[in-house]
Design a protein around this ligand. Structure first.
Ligand code: MN
Length: 254
């Protein structure tokens, strides 16, 4: 099995290293990751500047490791560079920080996996629910088990798995559960400050406001100490709104 390991926290993020080590025994692992922090890069791809790849040494038994100036989604596309055969599996992570609910829209980690799904490649994204003092071991173990299972299985078309692992030690970790995305909006907080030259600048901040976090959601599962596995599809059509919108746009659309 050829496995691409990528992330959005950058090539030297400790979560990436743990993931690469955990997957190395399952096949040929190629690491391609952004050269620097690209969290919240979403599904952006690079069209207007050259993409560079620099080979790096990682302290993991991987076939190759490359840093790129591209985005996480670029990394998935770059896996095919120089006529390399497409990977059988793309794994993005282990992200420092949860990717729950609508965070999936902003997440570079999730987008790298989505890019793979769109290319017909099996993929999952995996995150731990903390930014600091991350405990990557249990997530790495789960990633290895999931990758092993996916070796002989296919995922539904255009679908990847978004995995979130509570940031606790293995003994405290609950069982994995299948979930749906909850809702986790951020309170709009826009800090305005002044730089030393008196010009204003802005900094996004704010705490998440969890609006849909019942047991069936990814948010609820991780709050209860469980590993959350959410199947995610790119289809954003809202069929339920169709009749309301038809009324709203009466005369404007046929
Ligand atoms: Mn990140």
């Amino acid at each position: 099995m050829r496995i691409l390991v990528t992330n959005d926290d950058g090539i030297y993020a400790p979560g990436l290293l743990e993931l690469a080590r955990a997957l190395a025994h399952l096949g040929e692992v190629v690491v391609i990751a952004p050269e620097r922090q690209k969290s919240a890069a979403g599904h952006g791809i690079t069209l207007h500047k050259p993409l560079r790849m620099t080979e790096v040494e990682l302290d993991a038994p991987v076939a190759e490791a490359w840093a790129t100036n591209g985005t996480p989604a670029d990394c998935t596309i770059l896996a095919a560079a120089d006529n390399r055969p497409a990977p059988d599996l793309v794994v993005a992570g282990i992200n420092a920080g949860a990717n729950l609910g609508e965070e999936v829209l902003y997440s570079g980690t999730a987008s790298a996996a989505m890019e793979a799904a769109l290319k017909g490649i099996k993929a999952f994204a995996i995150s731990v629910t903390a930014y600091e003092h991350c405990v990557f071991g249990p997530a790495a173990d789960f990633a290895a088990k999931l990758a092993h299972r996916l070796a002989d299985e296919t995922l539904p078309a255009d679908t990847f798995l978004n995995v979130n692992v509570p940031n606790v030690c293995a003994e405290e970790l609950g069982p994995a559960v299948l979930t749906r995305l909850g809702r986790r909006r951020y309170a709009n907080s826009l800090d305005r400050r002044l730089d030393p030259r008196g010009h204003s600048y802005y900094w996004f901040s704010g705490e998440p406001m969890e609006r849909d976090c019942d047991e069936g959601t990814d948010i609820g599962a991780t709050q209860r100490g469980r590993v959350s596995v959410t199947p995610v599809h790119f289809d954003m059509n809202f069929r339920g709104a169709r009749s309301d919108i038809e009324l709203l746009l009466d005369g404007l659309v046929e």
